[in-house]
Design a protein around this ligand. Structure first.
Ligand SMILES: NC(=O)c1ccc[n+]([C@@H]2O[C@H](COP(=O)([O-])OP(=O)(O)OC[C@H]3O[C@@H](n4cnc5c(N)ncnc54)[C@H](OP(=O)(O)O)[C@@H]3O)[C@@H](O)[C@H]2O)c1
Length: 354
């Protein structure tokens, strides 16, 4: 791996995730970072990006593969392990964070910052109607367990008396390019639209009627990357949490017909369709489509139906106050409709969808 003079060294934990992957691309484009990406699968190296394949659930493997990372200046934690239940998320996600921090923090003598990727789960957004707009200070005010807050408390505790700082970044649902990820809403919509079209169906909103009309917001993965880097490198971000969102609200009732127009499809009324169930038998159809349209990615790589069912079940307002980051100096915003179309364009270019 090449090294920049006067360099910052980013350790991106979860570098193949929808968030980590886009963060890594953003930092690489800044030309002032040497980047080390962690995941189990590893990845392709570029001049300033090196991947280490490591199982962070395994303490010995983490020690063996990461014990030599003495030059890391910034840790960006965006790894995630799914579990069957909400409470079940705590153990694996705490273990991974603790393993990486306990190995790297003591040897990385120039460590400046640890960034923790969270989300609106800290406000109970996954549980049901929560207080909106959610403010950063609303976090953790309901009965635990909740893995994001457990992770934050671990970092707060670890940071006491140290020269490095931490930040916690809280995006809404993230839109960005990634493959083989459990939480990828743009992929859910794109593949659902492609399959509906192939079957000669209109683009029907597959969620609860209430979800069609509720207020919602998204976070663009590139905007999120900029915000994450900003919080990690500015004094205003030190030891603080920030909601990061596109800055515009939308209703599916407005956006869905625009998405249908993009795919040149008729739009149909909402009907709650359990995607995880009804899309389970579509692999043979997808294989035919791969051949017919020259698509490059398997059905498994483009399926995150459970997440689609989750997001489209939210028949309550889903947004947070993004003004704390703006007051502290982060002023970027993104047009959500344009974001979706850009991601869909990208999926077409990468032969993910026809
Ligand atoms: N996606 C969203 O819409 C969204 C929205 C708000 C908040 N968030 C939060 O942001 C965080 C990251 O989410 P994400 O959607 O980017 O996750 P993701 O796409 O599932 O990515 C997770 C990353 O962690 C790596 N990983 C998982 N288990 C590992 C292990 N044992 N050892 C090493 N690496 C491991 C994965 O790579 P391998 O599989 O190759 O190991 C992958 O790179 C989560 O806390 C999530 O709750 C996500």
């Amino acid at each position: 791996m090449k090294q920049h003079n006067n360099r910052k060294v980013a350790l991106i934990v979860g570098a193949q995730g929808v968030i980590g992957r886009n963060l890594s691309a953003y930092l690489e484009a800044q030309q002032e970072w040497d980047i080390i990406g962690l995941s189990r699968r590893g990845g392709e190296e570029t001049p300033y990006l090196k991947h280490i394949a490591v199982d962070l659930m395994n303490e010995a493997d983490t020690q063996k593969k990461l014990g030599h990372l003495t030059t890391v200046t910034h840790i960006f934690y965006a790894a995630y392990q799914d579990a069957g239940t909400w409470a079940g998320l705590v153990a694996p996600n705490m273990t991974m964070l603790q393993n990486v921090v306990n190995v790297v923090e003591p040897v990385a003598t120039q460590l400046q910052h640890i960034s923790l990727m969270q989300g609106y789960k800290v406000y109970g957004a996954h549980l049901g109607p929560f207080k909106t707009p959610a403010r950063e200070s609303d976090a953790g005010t309901f009965m635990p367990p909740e893995f994001n807050m457990s992770q934050q408390h671990f970092l707060e505790h670890k940071q006491r008396g140290k020269s490095w700082t931490w930040s916690a970044i809280r995006p809404s649902v993230v839109g960005g390019f990634a493959l083989g990820n459990p939480m990828n809403l743009a992929m859910v919509i794109a593949v659902y639209a492609a399959i509906s079209k192939e079957l000669g169906l209109p683009l029907r909103f597959p969620g609860k009627p209430g979800a069609y009309h509720t207020l919602m917001e998204m976070t663009d993965a590139n905007l999120l990357a900029k915000a994450t880097a900003w919080a990690a490198t500015n004094d205003a971000g030190a030891n603080s949490a920030f909601n990061i969102n596109n800055g515009d609200l939308f209703r599916w009732s407005d956006l869905w017909p625009r998405i249908a127009r993009y795919f040149d499809m008729e739009v149909a009324d909402p009907l709650p369709i359990p995607l995880a169930e009804v899309m389970a038998d579509k692999a043979p159809l997808w294989n035919n489509m791969m051949e017919k349209y020259g698509l490059q990615h398997s059905y498994e790589e483009v399926s995150s139906w459970k997440f689609g069912d989750f997001v489209f079940s939210w028949d309550y307002d889903f947004f947070a106050d993004g003004s704390k980051a703006r007051r502290a100096g982060f002023h970027e915003f993104v047009d959500t409709a344009a974001m979706f179309m850009e991601i869909f364009d990208n999926f077409k270019k990468m032969k993910v969808i026809p």
